[in-house]
Design a protein around this ligand. Sequence first.
Ligand code: SAM
Ligand code: SF4
Length: 330
Amino acid sequence: MIDPFGRSISYLRVSVTDRCDFRCVYCMAEDMTFLPKADLLSLEELDRLCSAFVRMGVRKLRLTGGEPLVRRGIMTLIDGLGRHLKTGALDELTLTTNGSQLEKYADGLAAAGVKRINVSLDTLDSDKFTELTRWGKLDKVMAGLKAAKAAGLQVKINAVALRGVNDMEFDDLIAWCGDEGFDLVFIEVMPMGEIGEEARIDQYLPLSMARSQIQRKWTLEETDYKTGGPARYYTVAETGRRLGFITPLTHNFCESCNRVRLTCTGTLYMCLGQNDAADLRAPLRASESDALLEDAIRGAIARKPKGHDFIIDRRHAPAAVPRHMSVTGG
Ligand code: SAM
Ligand code: SF4
C-alpha cells in the first residue's frame, strides 16, 4: 500500500475499545460517554480486518485503546493474530497498555508471540499517579511491569511530559528505567478531545526544553535507532538505555509516516491529527468475501493526507480534532 506522497503503509494501530479503567487527565474527561457496546466490532470482525491489512502489506500491528487489556476476550484476538507471526506475514504484534492488567496477561502475551510492549507511566510517585490517572493505582502497574519482565517482554515506558506535574521527575524516570532495563520515551501532550482547553495550555511542555534540562545531568548520545515510529532516539551514556522524544508540536514527523489507525467501530483514520476517515465496517459486513473491504482500504490509503496541523496556543484554543486519544489510540 503506497499513499499519494509515496509513503509505504506498513503499520496498523488498532484501538480495540474506547473504554478504560483509568481517566488520565490529559486523555479523558472524568465523565466520559463511551460508545454503546452494540457499535463495536466483534473480536472476529477485528481479526478479519487486521488480517486483510496484513494480506495487503501491513508488517506491524499495535493494539491500543482505551485500554486494550480491558476488552473482554482480548486474548482470543491476540492469540488469533499471533498466527500471522508464525507464517512470517507479520513482523511484529505489540500493544500499548496502561499496565493495570499486565500481571494477569503478561505470560499469555509472550506465549502469543508478543515481544515488546509499551507501558504508559508518567510518574513514580503513587499519589501523583492517582491524581493524574484519576482511577489508577501505581502498585498494580508496578506488579504488571514485574510480570512483563518475568515473561521476557521488552518494555518501553511512555511518559507524557506535563509542565509542573512530572517535569521535576524526568531524572528519576531516566534513572529508574536504567535500573529496570526499560527504554523510555517522552511524548508532547497533543490537542485531542475536549478536556478543558485552559488545562491543556497549562500542561504543554515543549520537549526541546525538556531535552536541554535532561542534558544538564545525562549524556545523550545520538543514534539512528528507529522503531518505525515517530520517536527520535538517543542513548543515555550513563544507563545504556534508549531515550526517545515524540515531538508532534515542535517537530513535524509526517514525511516518514507509515501508519493508519483503526477504531473499534471499524473507522479508519489516515492521520491522527485530521478528521477525514473511511468506514470499513459497512464493506466488512456487506459480504463474506473481502473484496469490498480491500477496495475500501485501497480507497482510504489513496486519501491519506500529507500531515497534521497540531498547534497549542491561546489563539487556537479548541482541540485540533474533536475525538479523544482513546478513540484512535495515540
Ligand atoms: N490505555 C493505553 C495506555 O495508556 O497506554 C493505550 C491508549 S493511550 C490513548 C496511548 C498513549 O497516548 C498513552 O501513552 C497516553 O499517555 C497517550 N496520550 C493520551 N492522551 C494524550 C494526549 N492528549 N497527548 C499526548 N499523548 C496522549
Ligand atoms: Fe486510559 Fe490510556 Fe487514556 Fe490513560 S492514556 S485514560 S490509560 S486510554
